[in-house]
Each structure stands twice: as structure tokens, then as C-alpha cells.
Design a protein around this ligand. Structure first.
Ligand code: NAI
Length: 464
């Protein structure tokens, strides 16, 4: 039995980053992955392929707006197979990149599905039988998978999860998306830009729950302008398959009425659930919470000594970058260093056009907690760079304590996912709105909207 200081189960952004960091710190490390490719959901069927399609579809959609720039485009054609091929190549290249990083850092990749028959042992079930590894420490980084609804059978042909919606061979005529969360909006916009009619059905009376309400409203307005249709306050209760497609039954939430909706494809994007099956957690005695997430303490230790867990299979935001931070901190703590993750300042980004980025508390959370706060807001309409590029939808909003300490920041707008980084750093380091506002920002740049929002919180915006 080969022995390792650390065996990581799962090669997603949490697991592979933890494996590399642990190897950098001198540990002997193996990473067990059963998917046949490293990179997990994020790289194979999540963040990366969706961003590839978002970029390609944005370019296609832009062609219809070239006249305003004085550019004539005769007729754009869509080669969906080529678009999908580009996406698959990006995924393949990045996967090979991680394999290279494993080699460079001396991490052994063990192909197969891992389980923990007893503390200190990892069993790998691969195509050529079972292998046992001896592990001084075991790290579970098994991630998450799409959640479904009772009675709804996701076949990835007509009724899709994000995985199927990233690999359609044809543009649907009418795609109904269930859930106005991150996945629903991103993939809804991809197919809408490529020519599908897209209706987003959402249980709540708003989109993007958990995001700041005012910013989510701006996003809804902008996405509607770009072609998405929203049916809020509706719960999907069933899907019937017929000769002419799918018939969805919807319940009006809080009203005693039902509706139907016809579609040729349905994307179910109602959240994700942790993947822990097959690991042998029950027999091992690893505690999970009522929703199936593995319980861990501040040092990522589970209830069983020597077994750790990070990322989507543990409580907290299900985000690749959060899993990476977990992985680094866990490896550093295993090496006797002071690993730490600042969960209050983990940003979230929806990569639609416009992007929606959020950080820290929303206004709703501050109100509910009775916290005193000041707000600053700046619309991109008043930003000269946004005017030049025609990306004027949305705004930057900052929320701060009366002394200027940043409590939250929310952006709806072009490149919002990049602009939020300045505020993440500011919030993490305790930099106040006054200090951000007094920092010189290049002109003309979208970042000036961040500066102006901070000035606005102090009642001193120049361009508003
Ligand atoms: P989500 O939790 O973001 O949104 C799900 C939505 O579905 C909610 O608005 C919910 O109210 C609604 N819903 C639930 N049941 C429903 C029903 N029966 N009928 C109608 N609506 C219903 O989940 P989503 O979009 O599936 O994403 C899953 C996870 O993946 C999230 O945690 C997200 O953070 C992560 N992710 C992150 C991305 C990013 O960082 N850009 C991209 C894609 C996913």
C-alpha cells in the first residue's frame, strides 16, 4: 500500500489547489479523481465552459448592434458545432494545464472513485480494480451536483441540468429556465443570444435571491431589455412530455391558481447539493448536517480525526474561488502554518451582460440586523468610459458603517466582476470609503464609478 501525507479525494478547484499547495509545503500528496479529467465541475461542466459560451454568444449578439458604431454587418451565421468545439478545446487545454501542474509539484493523480473504508485508508475504485492508499490525512473535496425537483427527471436531452445546457446540439426554440439564480441567468442568456426564446420561471418575487435587492432589480431590467422573459412568483410542479414538446405546470405562489407553459427544452437550475455518496461517511462516523453537507470546524476537520473536508461539500457559498481558499488554508494548517479564509469578503459574480457582482452584506441584511449604515451609489450612465463603450446599464452601490468601514458592495454593470476586486481588497484590509474615494483612479475608466459611489456615501460625488 503506497503511503501519503495527504490523499485528496476530488480534483476540482478545491481539491487540486489543496493538493498543489500541500506538495509545495513538502507533503507527499495524491489526488483521487474519478471523472476522467481533473478540474471538477468548474472546469469540466461549470464555470469555464459557461464562460466560453457566454463570450462566444456575446460576440454573436453584438453583431446586431454594430450599426450604432457605423459598421455594417451583412448577415451573421451561427456554427454551433464550432462554438461548442472552441469551448471543449478550452476545457481540454486547461485540464492538461492542471495535469502539468501536478507533475511539476510531484502530486500523484490516481484515477478512480475514492472512498474511506477506515481512517487512514483511501480505497480507489478504478477501471482496473481497487487500490488502497495509506493516508496520514484525508481531504474530502467532492464538490456538488445539480439538485432536482421531486417527480422531475433530468434526462439531459429535453429536461436539462447545467451540464446538458452546456452541450446542446441545436438552439432550442423555447427554453424555459427554472430558477432565476446564477446558472439560470448565465445559461439563459447564452441561449437567448443565440436565438432561443428564453423564459425564466422563479419561485420568489425577485431574481438572484441573496444579492442586494436594488442591484438585482437593475439586473432584471437590463436582462429583460436584452431578451430574457421573467415569470416570477411561480413554482414548477410538474413537466409532461407530449408529441410536440414539454408542458410545464406552474403554481402561482401565494395565489390559488395554476398555469401551464410550453417549451421544447427545460433547464432546471434550482441550486446544487453536496456530493458525498459512496464515500462511506456513515460507516466512518463523519457527521453531516440536515442538508447533507459535511460538518467541519475552523480547521476543516470533520468529526473523524485525520479526515478533513473543504469546498462545496461543506457549508458556505458554493463557489470555486471559496473552495480554492479553503484548500490553501487547509493545506497550510496541515503543515503547521496559520491558514485562514475571510468568508465575509468572498465575492460572488454572475457573468451575464451586465455582470452582477456582490460582496459582504446586502442592504436587506443590514436593515434586518438593525445595523446603522450609509449608502453610496453611482450609475454607469454618468461614467464617461461606460458612455463611450455603450455599457451604461447598472450601478455601483457601497454600504458602509457611519465611520466609513465598508460592510458590503454590489455592482450591476459591464466588467462588474473585475471592478469588485478593488472593493474586496478594501473591505478585507479595513480600507474605508473615504480612502477608496481618495485613491487616484485612471480616467476614463469604469473604476471611476467605484470611486464615485464611495464619494456618494460621503455626500460628495462629483459627477452625480
Ligand atoms: P441558485 O441557488 O443561485 O438559484 C436557484 C433559484 O431557483 C433560486 O432563485 C430559487 O428561488 C429558485 N427555485 C427553487 N425551486 C424552484 C421551483 N420549484 N420553481 C421555481 N424556482 C425555483 O442556484 P443555481 O443557479 O442552480 O446555482 C447553483 C450554485 O452554483 C450556486 O451556489 C452558485 O453560486 C453556483 N454557481 C456559481 C457561478 C458563478 O460564480 N458565476 C456560476 C454557476 C453556478
Amino acid at each position: 500500500m503506497k503511503s501519503y501525507d495527504l490523499v485528496v479525494i476530488g480534483g476540482g478547484p478545491g481539491g487540486y489547489v489543496a493538493a498543489i499547495r500541500a506538495a509545495q509545503l513538502g507533503m507527499s500528496v495524491a489526488c483521487v479523481e474519478g471523472r476522467g479529467a481533473i478540474g471538477g465541475t468548474c472546469l469540466n461542466v461549470g464555470c469555464i465552459p459557461s464562460k466560453a459560451l457566454l463570450t462566444s454568444s456575446a460576440k454573436f449578439a453584438e453583431l446586431s448592434q454594430m450599426a450604432a458604431h457605423g459598421i455594417g454587418v451583412e448577415s451573421a451565421t451561427l456554427d454551433l458545432a464550432a462554438m461548442m468545439g472552441r469551448k471543449d478545446k478550452i476545457v481540454g487545454d486547461l485540464t492538461k494545464g492542471i495535469a502539468y501542474l501536478f507533475k511539476k509539484n510531484g502530486v500523484d493523480l490516481i484515477e478512480g472513485w475514492g472512498s474511506i473504508p477506515e481512517p487512514g485508508v483511501v480505497k480507489v475504485s478504478g477501471s482496473d480494480g481497487n487500490t488502497l492508499l495509506s493516508a496520514a490525512n484525508t481531504l474530502i473535496a467532492t464538490g456538488s451536483e445539480p439538485a432536482s425537483l421531486p417527480g422531475i427527471d433530468i434526462d439531459e436531452t429535453d429536461i436539462l441540468s447545467s451540464t446538458g445546457a452546456l452541450a446542446l446540439a441545436q438552439v432550442p426554440q423555447h427554453l424555459v429556465v427554472i430558477g432565476a439564480g446564477v446558472i439560470g441567468l448565465e445559461l439563459g442568456q447564452v441561449w437567448s443570444r443565440l436565438g432561443a426564446k428564453v423564459t425564466v420561471v422563479e419561485y420568489l418575487d425577485r431574481i438572484l435571491p441573496g444579492n442586494d435587492g436594488e442591484i438585482a432589480k437593475l439586473a432584471q431590467r437590463a436582462l429583460t431589455k436584452r431578451g430574457l422573459k421573467f415569470q416570477l412568483g411561480r413554482k414548477l410542479t410538474g413537466i409532461e412530455r407530449g408529441a410536440d414538446g414539454l408542458k410545464l405546470s406552474l403554481e402561482r405562489v401565494g395565489k390559488d391558481s395554476t398555469e401551464t407553459l410550453e417549451a421544447d427544452k427545460v433547464l432546471v437550475a434550482i441550486g446544487r447539493r453536496p456530493v458525498t455518496r459512496g464515500l462511506g461517511l456513515d460507516a466512518l462516523g463523519v457527521a453531516t448536517n440536515s442538508r447533507g453537507f459535511i460538518e467541519v470546524n475552523d480547521a476543516f476537520m470533520t468529526s473523524v480525526q485525520g479526515v478533513y473536508a473543504i469546498g462545496d461539500c461543506t457549508p458556505g457559498p458554493m463557489l470555486a474561488h471559496k473552495a480554492e481558499e479553503d484548500g490553501v488554508a487547509c493545506a497550510e494548517m496541515l503543515a503547521g502554518k496559520a491558514g485562514h479564509v475571510e468568508y465575509n469578503t468572498v465575492p460572488g459574480v454572475v457573468y451575464t451582460d451586465p455582470e452582477v457582482a456582490s460582496l459582504g452584506a446586502t442592504e436587506e441584511v443590514l436593515k434586518e440586523a438593525g445595523t446603522d449604515y450609509i449608502t453610496g451609489k453611482f450609475n454607469f450612465m454618468a461614467n464617461s468610459r461606460a458612455r463611450s463603450s455603450g455599457e451604461t446599464d447598472g450601478a455601483v452601490k457601497v454600504l458602509a458603517a457611519p465611520d466609513g468601514t465598508i460592510l458590503g458592495a454590489h455592482i450591476c454593470g459591464a466588467h462588474g466582476g473585475d471592478l469588485i476586486a478593488e472593493l474586496v481588497l478594501a473591505m478585507t484590509k479595513g480600507v474605508s470609503v473615504e480612502e477608496v474615494a481618495r485613491t487616484c483612479h485612471a480616467h476614463p475608466a469604469l473604476g471611476e464609478a467605484v470611486k464615485e459611489a464611495c464619494l456618494d456615501a460621503l455626500g460628495r460625488a462629483i459627477h452625480a
